[in-house]
Design a binder for this molecule. Structure first.
Ligand code: NAI
Length: 293
């Protein structure tokens, strides 16, 4: 089985920077790239700030911070990712853009480099079909925030070589994450099962049974979820999760169970995305959620 030592990450947003952090902490050589230079700079500053905080709290030693820092490098273009054993893409959730990126990467990386997608909702088989070697393409679906959500879905597309999934299972464990293997079906496991909580929460709000923040309280305190559906939607961000809901609904041929809500549609249109831009269902001041009284 292929040993993965150098990991390239394309897309340094919420997910890409989290994946970069855990990989560097595990001693992997990390090459982080983003089309947007500001996003790349912000990601690097963000990860370094996290490591400083962890050191202050005594959860990382100075040596560990130093060695993780040395492992994390940025690339100024895709050519800079040529030495990768694994590329994880965490870019915008659009099939044509992801397909185009993997086609470009195939011209740059070695013949046995694994190409993995962090897509939440797109078919791995569809992403891979534009590649010359679809057998090296797999799904690698982390959760937000990556360093705290220590589980990851490894998804075999219809043409994925079993060795590729095996290598991702192995490298996940090396990075301290528990991998769960799934087949390429809409939403894989979590975005299939998880639709239930989000969509029912939205229906309860739409029926005016209770305001959104009280639904969150019940789902957290009584049902035992770490976050309520609206807290989770704000964390994931509606620019990501509303299109995901639409995509999963369409892929199940308009199955009513998965129908997205007009509540998220209008908020998506109004750019009330969530934590990332300061206002979603909740408002955020200095990153702190303001709960209506
Ligand atoms: P984000 O919007 O925070 O970051 C995306 C980054 O990709 C941006 O910095 C952008 O500049 C960059 N980018 C866009 N197109 C690019 C390209 N062609 N080449 C290089 N960089 C490019 O998005 P986020 O939330 O990190 O999501 C990324 C992917 O991860 C999406 O496929 C999403 O569905 C998936 N995902 C998101 C989760 C979440 O909770 N936000 C959870 C699990 C998966």
């Amino acid at each position: 089985m292929k040993q993965i030592q150098t990991i390239a990450i394309v897309g340094a947003g919420a997910m890409g920077r989290g994946i970069a952090q855990i990989a560097a902490q595990a001693g992997k050589q990390v090459l982080l790239y983003d089309l947007n230079a500001d996003s790349l700079k912000a990601a690097l500053a963000d990860v370094h700030a996290v490591w400083s905080r962890l050191q202050e709290k005594g959860r990382m030693t100075a040596e560990q911070v130093q060695s993780a820092t040395a492992c994390l490098q940025t690339a100024s273009d895709l050519q800079g990712l040529a030495s990768a054993d694994l590329v994880v893409e965490a870019i915008v959730e659009r099939l044509d853009v992801k397909q185009g990126l993997l086609q470009q990467l195939e011209e740059i990386v070695s013949a046995d480099c694994v190409l993995a997608s962090n897509t939440s909702s797109l078919s791995i088989t569809a992403i891979a079909q534009a590649c010359r070697h679809p057998e090296r393409v797999a799904g690698y679906h982390f959760f937000n925030p990556v360093p705290l959500m220590k589980v990851v879905e490894v998804i075999d597309g219809l043409r994925t070589s079993p060795d590729v999934g095996d290598a991702l299972m192995q490298v996940s464990r090396e990075m301290g994450h528990t991998p769960v293997r799934a087949k390429d079906m809409p939403g894989f496991i979590v975005n299939h099962a998880g639709r239930g909580m989000n969509i029912e929460g939205l229906k309860i709000a739409q029926e005016c049974v209770a305001p959104f923040y009280q639904i969150d309280v019940i789902m957290r305190e009584q049902a035992g979820f770490r976050m309520g559906p609206f807290e989770l939607l704000d964390l994931t961000a509606l620019d990501v999760s509303h299109p995901v809901m639409e995509s999963i609904y369409r892929q199940f041929y308009d199955e009513p169970r998965f129908r997205p809500s007009p509540i998220t549609a209008v908020r998506h249109a109004g750019k009330l995305f969530g934590r990332k831009n300061g206002e979603g269902f909740y408002k955020y001041e200095d990153g702190k959620k303001q709960v209506p009284q």
